[in-house]
Write a protein that binds this ligand. Structure first.
Ligand SMILES: Cc1cc2nc3c(=O)[nH]c(=O)nc-3n(C[C@H](O)[C@H](O)[C@H](O)COP(=O)(O)OP(=O)(O)OC[C@H]3O[C@@H](n4cnc5c(N)ncnc54)[C@H](O)[C@@H]3O)c2cc1C
Ligand code: SF4
Ligand code: SF4
Length: 374
């Protein structure tokens, strides 16, 4: 693995540079790091020179070449969407329990099916209490739908993976954002090479993500305007809507994105991955078609799961029109380019002078993302 240091260096490179996204990967592995109301903090100093906190963090010294080799047996090339077997239109089928899903319910249906069939013994999902997101461990497939719906706040989901490991689960499933999928790829690599650190993840479903929102700032913005415990669901409809919609017990409420976008943590603007390139399967919205999703099949495990879930009517799939695939690739390439410019500007990529990089990658990949002529 690339250089692994300790929590002191993690605090300096990530927290002090305002890069922490609160993913939870450093929580529940030691008594020191905790996540409270969306923020991760160290409660007491730790003097160990190396720790899993540093090694798992998706915001410091992420070596994309190494992670690509470990996950995909290929080089990181900076392509817009990462490794793809198939891109499909998908939705939950009649075999799945109904639920308040974000789009077509593809994520919930595939996780439920994987639990039902014994591919997983636990699924790590994300639940919401008001506007605070938290991990949820589910072992019974019929309970997966409970976590349906997007929580647009950054969530400490991966603390749930660490507690699943502590509880002895051997086939762990995880749903998460691209930064969380990066952390999970690092967890699976067992960077300190200790048997007791093994993280037995059997399936990852990554979400598409352009940005998330700072939990505390969102709570501050909405407190007094809406009863937080009455929020049933959140949605960001595609352009030109330009609003965050809250579905509450009192009805729907719209908040302009111009009020919401200032709450995006800076760290999201240094994030290169829109489609969870390191996950077995990646799922996002299907623009222009409600109650359906875009599904990227990446790994053999993912391909087999989708095939079996289709046979048993847990999901339905259709070919994805080429125009949508092109649009998706353009959006993902644009995110990479925007973030690459900021990474370069802030000196956060491929550093050589002792300053910690957020990310490392081969120079050919950098050129692919940001061609010299642009
Ligand atoms: C912060 C965020 C930003 C997103 N941005 C985009 C985007 O730009 N474009 C796009 O196409 N799609 C985006 N998505 C994904 C999209 O909203 C849906 O999650 C996806 O299309 C799957 O829909 P579904 O009906 O299959 O999900 P469901 O079946 O409803 O399942 C949703 C799953 O998401 C998990 N989840 C919810 N909130 C979080 C969270 N904060 N962190 C980790 N996991 C969570 C739940 O555990 C659940 O398993 C985003 C999601 C999030 C959480
Ligand atoms: S592992 Fe996640 S929660 Fe911990 S410091 Fe890194 S980004 Fe923050
Ligand atoms: S934009 Fe990147 S860093 Fe921000 S929540 Fe999404 S995946 Fe994580």
């Amino acid at each position: 693995m690339s250089q692994v240091l300790g929590s002191k260096e993690l605090l300096a490179a990530v927290h002090e540079r305002d890069l922490c996204i609160g993913c939870g990967a450093c929580v529940e592995i030691c008594p020191y790091f905790k996540n409270f109301r969306g923020k991760t903090a160290q409660l007491f100093a730790c003097t160990l020179p190396q720790g899993r906190c540093f090694a798992y963090c998706p915001k410091v010294e992420v070596d994309l070449e190494e992670l690509y080799q470990l996950t995909w047996r290929q080089s990181y090339a900076g392509t817009a969407l990462g490794p793809i077997r198939q891109i499909l239109a998908a939705a939950a089928g009649p075999g799945m329990e109904p639920g308040a899903f974000q789009g077509g319910g593809t994520v919930s249906a595939l996780m439920a099916f994987a639990l039902k069939k014994g591919l997983l013994d636990v699924a790590t999902l994300t639940q919401r209490d008001g506007l605070i997101a938290a991990p949820l461990l589910v072992t019974d497939w019929s309970q997966v739908a409970k976590a349906g719906g997007s929580k647009f706040m950054a969530a400490p989901t991966l603390a749930g993976v660490n507690s699943a490991v502590r509880q002895g689960y051997q086939k762990i499933g995880v749903v998460g954002t691209p930064c969380q999928m990066t952390a999970v790829a690092q967890m699976r690599a067992n960077p300190l090479n200790k048997v007791e650190h093994r993280v037995p993840v059997a399936l990852t479903i990554g979400l598409f993500c352009n940005w998330s929102l700072d939990t505390r700032q969102l709570n501050d913005l909405l407190e007094g305007r809406v009863a937080l415990d009455s929020i049933r669901a959140m949605d960001i409809p595609p352009p030109p809507a330009n609003v965050l919609v809250l579905d509450t017990d009192q009805g729907k409420m719209e908040i302009s994105l111009s009020e919401v976008k200032p709450l995006i943590p800076h760290t999201c603007f240094t994030c290169l991955d829109m489609t969870s390139e390191l996950a077995d399967l990646s799922v996002g919205m299907y623009e222009g078609r409600e109650k359906w999703n875009t599904l990227i099949v990446r790994s053999e495990t993912g391909a087999r799961l989708v095939e079996d879930a289709v046979k048993e009517a847990f999901v339905i799939v259709e070919p994805m029109p080429e125009v949508n695939t092109t649009h998706l690739a353009n959006a993902a390439a644009a995110k990479k380019e925007r973030s690459m410019r900021i990474l370069i500007q802030r000196g956060l990529i491929n550093t050589v002078n002792g300053t910690h990089a957020v990310v490392r990658m081969p120079s050919a990949a950098m050129e692919k993302i940001l061609p010299a002529k642009k």
